[in-house]
Design a protein around this ligand. Structure first.
Ligand SMILES: [Zn+2]
Length: 380
């Protein structure tokens, strides 16, 4: 139903704005001149210039101005007191007085309610930062949109941990790790594919895949990167946060020898006059592993730093470990523990499809940032 009250309210608001337009225009001109002469000719574009209001200690933004800056169509239904925002395939519903909003059908907690200020709907700044920026990527400058991938990053293996008869960790409310992992892995795969990256999944359904098989899939794919997705659990239920693992250097020489012996992991023979000895192959694999570890750490750092930036979640940080899949992968490899299903709050978050999408987007953005840096390093 169309809301005529709201429309007239908006019209009234526009009318009072018109009356003051002359004064406003001259103010803007003065301000513009001031900025120009102060040498700050490039005022930030878009939402940085949106008005904000402090209501009860929380920063709020007008919904209409936000929608305009993001190119979002919106409507308010007075009968159900629901505002509906639509852009592309995304749909957001919110109600004045409510902290919860629906984002593509999933609930999201704004922590502070949607409010009415000077007769217009206002939303906590968190709405922009956590929802609009993530859905519509306003925070990422346009020039970063085109991604030139280094050759070795054109193919990526995504490994959804556990599956089938192996549920992984199970939360108090019944959330199974295998389901969280698979969902995030699929979302991540979709995002990477949209950037032209070839994605190999170790599993794309709820089936059991052994660790050996996962490593074989990764190594046979000749992909340049291995990303394993897991969810954490701990007896200490207060433990929470995201952590990213890379392979521990503890057993490097043994690992290099195993790789050198493995027939399926031959190094490029064309560069050798004769078949390299086991000793030489071991040395080469050792060097490869050291270099792969450095790359893994780079990507792991990007994921942690972007998670801190994008998501309102705890970040434990990067750690090394001797996990089977990390040990077996002959390429840079990381294992992301996206959160603790054993923590009630994180179990609730991981149950939320919008949060899982945010996690996938954060990992994809970290990948892109990492890929850009790789390309720059290779170029210069
Ligand atoms: Zn796991």
């Amino acid at each position: 139903m169309k809301d005529t009250n709201h429309t007239s309210q908006v019209t009234r608001h526009k009318f009072s704005f018109n009356k003051n337009r002359l004064c406003l225009v001259s103010c803007i001109l003065c301000l513009g001149a001031l900025i120009f002469f102060a040498g700050c000719a490039t005022a930030p574009r878009g939402s940085a210039s949106l008005p904000t209001y402090n209501i009860g200690g929380t920063s709020y933004m007008p919904l209409s101005a936000l929608c305009e800056s993001f190119g979002i169509a919106w409507d308010y239904d007075a009968l159900t007191r629901t505002a509906t925002l639509t852009k592309g395939s995304h749909r957001i519903n919110l109600m004045p007085g409510e902290k919860m909003v629906l984002v593509d059908g999933s609930a999201f907690d704004l922590r502070q309610p949607v409010d009415v200020h000077q007769g217009a709907l206002v939303v906590p700044s968190r709405f922009k930062e956590q929802i609009l920026d993530n859905l519509f990527k306003a925070r990422y400058p346009k020039e970063e949109a085109s991604l030139v991938l280094p050759q070795e990053l054109k193919k990526v293996v995504i490994d959804a941990g556990h599956g089938g008869k192996d549920p992984g960790a199970i939360g108090k409310k019944g959330l199974k790790e295998k389901d969280v992992n698979l969902d995030i892995a699929k979302r991540l795969a979709k995002l990477l594919k949209s950037e032209g990256i070839e994605v190999v999944m170790t599993r794309s359904t709820d089936n059991f895949v052994s660790l050996e098989r996962r490593v074989d899939v990764a190594n046979n794919s000749k992909a340049g990167l291995f990303i394993s997705i897991h969810s954490n659990a701990n007896r200490v239920r207060s433990l929470k946060g995201l952590e990213v693992y890379y392979i521990s250097p503890a057993n490097d020489s043994k690992r290099a020898l195993n790789f050198a012996k493995s027939s399926s992991l031959e190094l490029d023979r064309s560069s050798f006059a004769q078949s390299p000895s086991l000793n030489l192959k071991t040395i080469l694999w050792d060097m490869t592993h050291v270099s792969n570890r450095a790359e893994s750490v780079r990507l792991a750092r990007e994921i942690c730093s972007l998670t801190k930036n994008n998501l309102d979640t705890n970040v434990i940080g990067i750690k090394s470990a001797n996990f089977y899949v990390l040990k077996g992968a002959g390429m840079p490899a990381i294992l992301v523990e996206v959160g603790f299903v054993s923590n009630l709050n994180e179990e609730r978050l991981l149950k939320n499809a919008f949060y899982r999408q945010q996690l996938a987007e954060t990992i994809a953005q970290a990948f892109k940032k990492y890929a850009r840096e790789c390309a720059l390093r290779e170029a210069g």
